[in-house]
Design a protein around this ligand. Structure first.
Ligand SMILES: NC(=O)c1ccc[n+]([C@@H]2O[C@H](COP(=O)([O-])OP(=O)(O)OC[C@H]3O[C@@H](n4cnc5c(N)ncnc54)[C@H](OP(=O)(O)O)[C@@H]3O)[C@@H](O)[C@H]2O)c1
Length: 270
């Protein structure tokens, strides 16, 4: 499923990743346009990806184009209001965290909007993106938005917009939890005598391998964990300490804090 042209408003990290993915999939450079005010960022996009990048939207956009909004949430309202008259009839996909569809509808004057919550592994093609579209968005538009998100990884549709806050808590902010775990594993390995580099390599490969095993296995994480936790053994000692310190409960609480902050931010940005 492709559209005649995909226009990116904002050419930062996320836009670069998605454009790279679309080019690697099936889209031609001539079907992509990026609007990016920063000259160095723009020049790097042209040089690295061979796409057209403009300082401002100075060319007509076909009515069947898809517009991907990849600017910071704080400036989205201003930019949408400014460009809306030039984007009549287009499908809109916003990756701006936290900005509700209702606000974007007002700014753009259309309900053809899909909201996306990607995550940073998108930068290496291993992202997962939560997608939401209101009832007014046609199946073809959903498919076009999904195609864009799939350029950088997997997708999960959610049925209600507020569930994007839960997606934020799980996968949007999720990479940071994993990096936090990696920091702790590197620290522990170093304390136990390994070099920091070696401890870090062991930790990264372990997280990668465990995720691959979980993804490939028909069993849930409880079963995978129990399989390597024989009573009285080494892993058992570690898990027992985690349970004693209620790490699981604290972790769940931390993710709830992330969710609640996403709800608050949606109110501030809307
Ligand atoms: N990174 C993540 O993990 C992640 C996850 C989920 C969602 N998101 C969302 O993805 C969006 C983009 O994130 P990012 O990390 O790619 O941000 P970024 O690197 O800051 O990219 C945004 C780019 O848009 C440019 N811009 C600002 N005003 C513009 C305008 N009027 N017209 C065109 N371009 C304009 C910015 O230029 P200036 O530097 O001049 O402002 C910047 O180069 C954000 O809304 C963020 O919430 C990011």
């Amino acid at each position: 499923m492709t559209v005649s042209q995909t226009v990116f408003i904002g050419g930062g990290n996320m836009a670069r990743a998605i454009v790279g993915g679309l080019l690697a999939a099936d889209q031609t450079a001539s079907s992509l346009l990026i609007v990016e005010p920063q000259a160095p960022t723009r020049e790097a996009l042209v040089k690295d990806l061979g796409v057209t990048a403009l300082e401002r939207l100075s060319v007509p956009v076909p009515a069947d184009a898809c517009v991907v909004w990849a600017v910071k949430p704080q400036v989205l309202g201003t930019v949408m209001r400014e460009l809306a008259p030039q984007l009549q009839g287009c499908l809109h996909v916003s990756i701006a965290a936290g900005v509700p569809v209702a606000s974007m509808q007002q700014w753009l004057g259309t309900a053809r909007i899909v909201r996306a919550m990607p995550n940073t592994p998108a930068l290496v093609g291993k992202g997962i993106t939560g997608l939401y579209a209101g009832a007014a968005v046609a199946a073809a538009d959903r498919a076009a938005a999904q195609h864009i998100a799939e350029a950088v990884g997997l997708v999960e549709w959610v049925a209600r917009e507020e569930l994007l806050n839960a997606v934020t808590a799980v996968s949007g902010s999720g990479p940071a939890y994993v990096f936090y775990l990696l920091e702790a594993m590197r620290q522990a390995g170093t304390d136990l005598g390994l070099s920091p580099d070696q401890a870090y390599r062991l930790a990264v490969a372990t997280v990668d391998g465990a995720a691959a095993l979980a993804a490939a296995s028909a069993d849930g994480p409880e079963v995978l964990r129990q399989r390597v936790t024989s009573k009285g053994g080494t892993t058992f000692a570690a898990i027992t300490r985690l349970d004693e310190r209620q790490v699981r409960a604290h972790f769940i609480e931390a993710m709830r804090a992330c969710h609640d902050r996403a709800v608050e931010m949606a109110r501030e940005l809307g």
